[in-house]
Design a protein around this ligand. Structure first.
Ligand SMILES: [Zn+2]
Length: 295
């Protein structure tokens, strides 16, 4: 499939890079959109580098994995005392290891150890580093109903899709309660339309990775009913990076918690997520195979 740049040059669908290149002076941080100025620099640099046939090839795309919680924020605490933050980090490390095999991606973690990182900083790091994909990794809890188990995958919604997901979004966003009100709006009217265009493309990419994850995880794990869900997660609000949040199971369910404590099970989860990431990059034409060709 053609890359973004090729499509733009051939008069194909309007691409994020083209849009960004034309409006490269604006930096939009407006309301629900977080669009970094470095994203513009990155986009124009890529656009300039990609048009001629010669010149250095772009580096392998960067996948930013985001293990939820950390440090003073344990996340959900399992029925036998397991902390979500530890499960999230262990699985993210395993997924990083698997994704790095073959050299098709660069992979970074928003946190590589047990430290607290505010939600906005996680998004900001992904933007500064020029991530092509952002995957937040969690394990949920529903103490009132320990029978509920299974994995689910979330993309950003302005309004949560149901009461359950609204409550979940509240719990995950409350990680910032340790910091106070860190999120404040600046709303320059410049680039509102631009931000909207970029967000539309990003949302399409987010929806594709979410569906890929649901299909892939469904082959390996119990899933929640209607496992592709929407919620207002703060950490999914990068306007310019397709972003998804995976709840790998329920810490409040004995079977899910026991499974997530096991290295073998976490490998299965990571393998399923890797299949989805591979498929997503292939479908978007942005995968770089080991010898540097676009795959
Ligand atoms: Zn969580």
């Amino acid at each position: 499939m053609a890359s973004d740049d090729t499509a733009a040059q051939n008069g194909g669908p309007i691409s994020r890079r083209l849009v960004l290149g034309r409006f490269a002076t604006a930096s939009a941080v407006s309301g629900t959109f977080l669009l970094s100025s470095t994203a513009f620099a990155r986009a124009t640099k890529h656009a300039a580098a990609a048009s001629p046939k010669q010149g250095p090839r772009p580096p392998a795309p960067l996948v930013m994995l985001d293990p939820g919680h950390g440090g003073k924020d344990p996340g959900a605490i399992g029925v036998s005392g397991t902390y979500e933050k530890h499960v999230a980090l262990a699985t993210a490390r395993e997924l990083k290891r698997q994704l790095e095999i073959g050299g098709r991606y660069r992979v970074e973690l928003t946190r590589a150890r047990d430290v607290f990182i505010p939600l906005d900083d996680r998004v900001g790091l992904a933007q500064r580093r020029g991530a092509a994909l952002f995957v937040s990794m969690h394990a949920d809890a529903m103490p009132d109903d320990p029978s509920v188990r299974g994995a689910s995958v979330y993309t950003l919604a302005n309004a949560a899709s149901d009461a359950q997901t609204a409550a979940l979004a509240k719990r995950e966003n409350s990680a910032d309660r340790f910091l106070g009100a860190a999120f404040h709006d600046a709303s320059p009217d410049v680039a509102k339309i631009l931000a909207s265009l970029v967000r539309q493309e990003t949302r399409a990419g987010s929806a594709r990775i979410a569906l890929a994850l649901v299909h892939s995880l469904d082959r390996s794990l119990p899933m929640l009913p209607n496992a592709a869900r929407h919620a207002g997660f703060q950490v999914l609000k990068a306007a310019d990076i397709p972003s998804v949040l995976v709840e790998m199971g329920f810490m409040s369910n004995g079977k899910d918690e026991a499974a997530l404590r096991q290295e073998g099970h976490r490998k299965l989860v990571a393998e399923a997520m890797k299949r989805a990431v591979d498929g997503w990059f292939l479908a978007t034409g942005r995968a770089i195979v080991a010898d540097g060709r676009t795959g």
